[in-house]
Design a protein around this ligand. Structure first.
Ligand code: SF4
Length: 362
């Protein structure tokens, strides 16, 4: 059996991971600076605490993912096209395949700039010459807004092109190695994949607008997932993934991130170009805000938790307690419950709710 080439991880300029990281806890200033400036939180955690364990996906899982994707697009995308055709995704029996992967990922293109140029050129040609129906692997977008300076680049695993009422229609697809178990597929895995696809839809809408192609190319709000069949590496395609909500969430997320990034630059200043040390320091200097979500994704969670405990921050008992305390520290709540006189409306309100916990519950 011929070995399937296993490409290296996607180019670092892929912005998706950073956006997804920020969305997990938008309220943390350090998380924002880390995402905007592409400073890995794991590296910050180890700088803060050199004995912090090195976390990450298992190398086995990563290698399996790369092998699966490489196998799908090998031989002009034969396996991918066959699996998609089996779901009646194309009218023509011989759909086209274009490979915009870059060389470090096993593809024919030189680098990310080359992939962006090819993708833009492809969209411009598609708007005029409507003969293409098929798949583009690794279509690469540069998001026109400068939210995540210095780069805002997304790589779409698979972009399907079909003709609907004579107009080219594009829909985004995401490739994952987990098994399609029908109604029993992990809900969180599916939610994560849909969130990624919603981000692609939003980015494509921006790019089509920027290229003045929004009237010529229809952007579908339904995506597709390429998963595996249980117990094998053969592809299982799920079509009709509704991305309306996810695309809107991405749009709002970008706006919030832009506003937060500009506020943050007032507080911590922009990258002064002196290299990674200043960027690490910016993340370390930014305010943190420990929350339940931190435990699931951020490698600084143990340190931020310890800081929150030292500060008597109610978040250490969970987001619900933190909301209930409405800004009061655990120490102050304890004093009030021990009989201390309330000093302001927040403290009076806290005591009132402690005495009548069902107040305001309908
Ligand atoms: S663990 Fe700390 S740095 Fe990471 S997101 Fe939470 S509060 Fe922010």
């Amino acid at each position: 059996m011929n070995p399937v080439p296993v490409p290296l991880p996607a180019n670092r300029r892929d912005t998706r991971r950073r956006f997804e990281q920020w969305v997990k806890h938008p309220g943390c200033g350090a998380n924002l600076v880390s995402a905007v400036h592409n400073v890995k939180m794991g590296a910050v955690a180890r700088r803060e605490n050199p004995s912090a364990p090195k976390e990450g996906q298992s190398s086995f899982a990563l290698a399996r993912g790369r092998r699966f994707e490489a196998g799908l697009v090998a031989d002009n995308g034969e396996r991918l096209l066959r699996a998609m055709s089996a779901r009646q995704m194309f009218d023509r029996p011989d759909p086209h395949f274009l490979d915009f992967r870059i060389s470090i990922n096993g593809g024919p293109l030189a680098d990310i700039d080359d992939a962006i140029a090819h993708t833009e050129k492809f969209l411009q040609v598609l708007a005029r010459d409507r003969s293409f129906e098929g798949v583009v692997s690794s279509a690469t977008l540069r998001i026109p807004k400068g939210v995540m300076l210095p780069e805002a680049t997304l790589i779409i695993d698979a972009l399907a092109v079909t003709m609907v009422d004579g107009r080219p229609t594009i829909s985004v697809g995401e490739i994952k190695t987990y098994a399609d178990r029908g109604g029993h597929t992990s809900k969180s895995d599916l939610a994560h994949a849909r969130a990624q696809m919603g981000l692609y839809v939003h980015a494509l809408a921006l790019v089509l607008e920027q290229l003045d192609l929004a009237d010529d190319i229809v952007l579908s709000l339904q995506g597709f997932l390429v998963l595996t069949h249980p117990g094998s590496n053969s592809p299982a395609v799920r079509v009709g993934e509704d991305l309306r909500y996810q695309a809107e969430r991405a749009r709002k997320g970008f706006e919030l991130m832009e506003a937060a990034a500009s506020e943050m630059s007032d507080l911590v200043g922009d990258d002064d170009g002196e290299g990674s040390t200043s960027l690490f320091d910016m993340v370390l200097a930014a305010p943190t805000s420990f929350a339940d979500a931190c435990l699931s994704f951020c490698e600084r969670a143990p340190t931020c938790y310890a800081k929150a405990v030292a500060n008597g921050d109610g978040a250490v008992l969970g987001d619900d307690v933190d909301r209930f305390l409405n800004g009061l520290s655990l120490r102050r709540a304890d004093e009030l419950l021990g009989g201390a006189r309330p000093r302001n409306d927040v403290e009076r309100d806290f005591l009132r709710r402690m005495k009548n916990p069902l107040d305001g519950v309908s």
